[in-house]
Design a protein. Sequence first.
Length: 373
Amino acid sequence: MPLILTEEQTMLKEAADGFLAGRAPIAHLRQLRDDRDPDGVSRELWRAFGEMGFAGVIVPEADGGSGLGAVEAGVIAESLGRTLTPSPFMGSSVLAASVLTGAGSQAQKAAWLGRLSAGEAILALAVDEGPKHAPSRIATTAERSGNGFVLNGAKGFVLDGHVADALIVAARTEGGLTLFLIDPKAAGVDIERTVMVDAHNAARVVLSDVRVDADAVIGAVDGGQGPLDAALTLGRACAAASLVGAGDQAFQTTLEYLRTRRQFGKAIGEFQALQHRAAHLFTEIEIAQAAVLAALQAIDAGREDAILIASIAKAKAGRVAELAVQEAVQMHGGVGMTDEYDVGLFMKRVRVLNELLGDAGFHQERLAQSQGF
């Protein structure tokens, strides 16, 4: 399949870029950060996401969404990377929406997907528990009790968990992994906001003897691995798209600086050494963009190897975005890390996105194991 966007996808990209540039530029992030906003996200902006059809991008039309696919979700994620916009999009519209559309009951879908698509609700997926992404090492337990379950454990790096209207929690049951839809205000649920280095939001969630009924189970008991893997695969591809967006925007900002900053009587972009570095970075970004689009297309096509292609995209986009922000700071000189310039903000965002859903090392290890190494 050609690694280019269709006409409709290009129109969506232009709409997302224009919307975020107008409603949520980098100044929006700075304001939330500097005002020490207690939520760290704008509910008004999230409702506007719903009005634009972005919040429910992968939600079927029958459930109130836009009925689009992974490529379209990646297009929006890339635009968010360009503007550094704090948004529940990744946690709600990608991860949680994937779980509910793929495995949710009719009652669960009716309760949440329409509200999510309208930007009226925020959902969060709680998976990771340690300092690194390791979904195979989930220790949170769910033990049967009467007609339901009792959950115990702790989750970290829960995107926008502090403002979530519902939590999707992955826990170990007797025969495997099970996903639960939990009210964050339920007895025994303790949530602590953790502001990250890039001024985006996550939370730590502690579950202490949290009791839920059987209807809180998403899909089948012990059958949560498949829906979780599908959500994480889509999330990794979209995180890779955000990395490409952030890396490319840092590169574009640097190019503008090279054109305007003068030294020794000429624009510094005229120096061949900087031209060589810029050319190398341009080719790397193009390769990363192709890898990301290939992963998103593979997910939409339902390919069995989509999970590995998404790992390739996440690893490549992470490496390239890291190179892009490092080069941006170096070519700006010492001022690049001052808060006055945006490139330092891009560096912080890339560092967080690299850790989200597995860094390059995590995905390289997965690829190596898949090949028998």
